[in-house]
Design a protein around this ligand. Sequence first.
Ligand code: 1HN
Length: 350
Amino acid sequence: MATKAEIDTRLEALHVRMKENSLAGHWQERQRRPDLVPWVWEWATIRECLEESGEVIKLGGVNDAANRRTVQLINPNLTEAKATTRTLQMSVQLVKPGEVAECHRHRATALRFAVESTGTYTTVEGERMVMEPGDLILTPNWKWHDHTNNTDGPAVWLDVLDGHLVTHLDATGRENFSEGTTQPITKPDGYSRKRFGAMRPDTSDIDDVALLPYSYKWVDAKATLESMAEAGEASDYDGVILEYTNPVTGGPTMPTIGCWAQMLRPGETTRAHRHTGSTIYHVVGGAGVTTVGRGSEATELTWGEHDCFFVPSWGWHEHRNTSKTEPAYIFSVTDRPVLQALHLHREERA
Ligand code: 1HN
């Protein structure tokens, strides 16, 4: 029998030999990834940083100017990757009066959710999509997009991209539009909403209907939530909640990013649940508290209008509308469609 000392010596030599040959033993320790932390980004701070960036960061295609002016929300445990979650990035973009964010496309899928805008538009695949506060505009992967502010006020919106997921999958790619700063407008305003709405022609000419440029108006989302609330249609776990869907497939907005709008009725507290999938929330209006985790591990996220907050995958969470008189409206994005596609979606209810 070998002694402990002999075994240790051989083991050490084995580890050296394996390391030299890019091998490792199952029994050897590996670095653990940090858990993501629940977080709130206060709008006032984001907005002030964005305003300041508007003074010092020039937008335009020349040399040291940036091609986008965005302030990115970072999870404190993902500072190196500059990421909000391991799959999704939420950023806040400013385009000042007279500015244009030049045309490009990438294999990351993106969406815009307007916060301040009075007629600024994003052009997606030849269609101008006007942004009014709360409107959602999809830029599925590899669709050309550019942003134009011809108004006399600043335009501010949320950008959500699945870039970190695409990077993990080694599927990145991007291209600048070579025929000008912006792409030509080839479709009438409102084209997608009309063509793919409730009455629609055959769509067999479209290459992949899961990747449709599309826009959703906040007035419609809000009116639907209000009608559902009046009819008493609500979930114990999410309040009154709607999923934005692809108008043709009926599936999620885009294959990698799901979008939801919810209303917490005055004084409402939801029941706790947890599910796989990371969620980033943006408060359209109202104020409340979201409790993440349970018992001594619980974190209270206190939020108000336009704040953004994050609930990690598999984190217990419940929401409370702290107003007794006003509803709270929340927009959220999630990587749930990816988990569902991979049969990894799970939910547990308290
Ligand atoms: C991007 O291309 C846009 O097209 C916005 O407006 C935000 C954040 C990270 C990477 C690319 C845009 C972005 C982005």
